[in-house]
Design a protein around this ligand. Structure first.
Ligand code: ADP
Ligand code: MG
Length: 264
């Protein structure tokens, strides 16, 4: 059964809540090539991946291994060349209605205030103004931006800008939060702070999403945050070589496993 994703047609979807372990995102035999001057450049080949409710999955690989491409395919922002991507069992025909994205370089609109940037995701889904204001206020408080509602992005530090990026994604309460190297444009201390706060929210159950997909090239970050690490090999391009299960016990106090060799 195919249906048009609600994200492109109307109000925010409110599917029944997923139980821990339910499959939210699935890629089956996913292949992606980009058209290049010398023919197609294969980036992902034959990827099978399931993201389940209750888990944080890290996609780990070095630059150019296809992490962002895989994330965008799962979010329905670009089409697969072959294979399928499904959200809750329904094949995607456009933007995934169950995901929202946080970008490495924030992607805020400079002429809009913090509050207006945060409301954007809701506007796109046709949510009425009073409900937008309520939800944006909640997301702004949750992510530590209260007092900055009327500020413009250029008045904020990098860390605060990325908080706006998080609030804008979380405000729609997506089933799956997608993050593409969300900390790599921040200085080390700012990144560590923000990571720690997010993990506290996640672990305390206040994070308004059911799963997280984190793209990173940072092994320590993947180990700190993820329940499962999916390593994208670079040869052949983007074939998932290994899924590394990282201990399910929280809070985290463990060492990075030695899988650097998997990435090279
Ligand atoms: P990563 O996020 O792991 O750094 P990407 O998914 O961005 O990797 O890119 C994987 C490969 O695909 C790289 O070789 C990159 O140059 C290429 N690529 C990415 N986006 C495009 C595009 N829009 N058109 C052509 N090639 C692309
Ligand atoms: Mg990338």
């Amino acid at each position: 059964k195919l249906r048009t994703p609600a994200a492109t047609t109307g109000p925010a979807v409110t599917p029944p809540p997923a139980a821990d372990g339910d499959a939210l995102l699935e890629a089956v035999g996913l292949t992606k090539s980009y058209a290049g001057a010398d023919g197609d450049l294969p980036v992902l080949s034959g990827i099978d991946l399931t993201v389940r409710a209750g888990e944080i999955v890290a996609l780990l690989g070095k630059s150019g291994s296809g992490k962002s491409t895989l994330l965008r395919c799962l979010a329905g922002l670009i089409p697969a060349s072959s294979g399928a991507v499904a959200y809750r069992g329904e094949p995607l025909t456009g933007a995934n209605p169950g995901t929202a994205m946080v970008f490495q370089t924030f992607a805020l609109l400079p002429w809009l205030t913090v509050r207006q940037n945060v409301e954007l995701g809701l506007e796109a889904r046709g949510v009425p103004a009073d409900e937008r204001a309520r939800a944006a206020g909640q997301a702004i408080d949750l992510i530590g931006l209260d007092g900055f509602e009327s500020a413009y992005p250029k008045e904020l530090s990098g860390g605060m800008r990325q908080r706006v990026g998080f609030a804008r994604a979380l405000v729609v309460e997506p089933d799956v939060l997608m993050m593409d190297e969300p900390f790599s444009a921040l200085d080390v201390l700012t990144a560590e702070n923000l990571r720690g706060e997010l993990m506290e929210l996640w672990e305390s159950g206040q994070f308004p999403t059911r799963a997280v997909v984190l793209v990173t090239h940072n092994i320590e970050e993947a180990v700190l945050m993820a329940d499962r690490i999916v390593v994208l090999g670079s040869r052949p391009y983007g074939t998932i070589r290994e899924t590394v299960e990282v201990g399910l016990d929280r809070p985290r106090d463990r060492e990075a496993p030695a899988f650097q060799e998997l990435i090279d």
